[in-house]
Design a protein around this ligand. Sequence first.
Ligand code: SF4
Length: 61
Amino acid sequence: MKITVDREKCIGCSTCVNLCGDCFELIDGKSRVKDNVDKCESCDLDEVATACPVGAITLEK
Ligand code: SF4
């Protein structure tokens, strides 16, 4: 699965980082997907993508 964060859309609310710090990190006030993350044992990525208030997280399965 390919996980993408659209940094143009991201408002840096930290929701994704709080839901899963294994997948996402805030860099310069914007979220990014951590290196080499393509699935997650510790979160439901669909739930995290849905929780993003601006729809910046895309999952390609
Ligand atoms: S939940 Fe969305 S807007 Fe908030 S930090 Fe994550 S990607 Fe950015």
